[in-house]
Design a protein around this ligand. Structure first.
Ligand code: GDP
Ligand code: MG
Length: 168
């Protein structure tokens, strides 16, 4: 079984952009695997000698505005269920939001590792953009840019650290 990295975060933080980058080396969307729900995107990728499965939880956007919190909660709990590591994405440009805090509260109950990725940080000072996110108490926030590729290999290396390299 490939280790499964699940991308979690409120709408617009950049999950799908990062998903595309993480799966760019392999175009196979594994939507035909049995038992996978339809409201998520699954793809495969590899960094160094380590292959992984990555899940974008934003496949189903909530239909009604009042449904956003409930929908995020549902998707977050589902993500916790299937993840070997969770990449929780927040947005450096909009800063810490109440929705981020709701998601963080749920992720703190996850039994797998949670990495906190501060996205859209290209061209910004790492220490400055990550500072306010320490409050979420999910470990050291990592500044990344899914669009530009900054910090991505460090992020994935850390997420995959517990998993072995693929055998020849
Ligand atoms: P999602 O709703 O979480 O899947 O977010 P998307 O991947 O659809 O991205 C939402 C918006 O943020 C789009 O306009 C993206 O172009 C933009 N975006 C995503 N990643 C980055 C990034 O690293 N830097 C910047 N500046 N914008 C980004
Ligand atoms: Mg999306």
């Amino acid at each position: 079984m490939l280790p499964t990295l699940v991308l979690v975060g409120r709408p617009n933080v950049g999950k799908s952009t990062l998903f595309n980058r993480l799966t760019a080396t392999r175009d196979a969307l594994v939507h035909d695997l049995p038992g996978m729900t339809r409201d998520r995107h699954y793809g495969r990728g590899r960094i160094g000698g380590k292959p992984y499965l990555v899940v974008d939880t934003g496949g189903l956007e909530p239909v009604a505005k009042e449904g956003i919190m409930a929908e995020m909660a549902r998707q977050t709990l589902q993500a916790i269920d299937e993840a070997d590591a969770i990449i929780f994405m927040v947005d450096a440009r909009s800063g810490l939001t109440p929705q981020d805090k709701v998601i963080a509260d749920r992720l703190r109950r996850a039994s797998c590792p949670v990495l906190l990725a501060v996205n859209k940080a290209e061209g910004m000072n790492r220490a400055v953009v990550t500072a306010e996110f320490h409050e979420l108490a999910l470990g050291e926030p990592l500044a990344i840019s899914g669009a530009h590729g900054d910090g991505i290999s460090d992020l994935v290396d850390e997420a995959l650290a517990p998993f072995p390299e693929e055998e020849e």
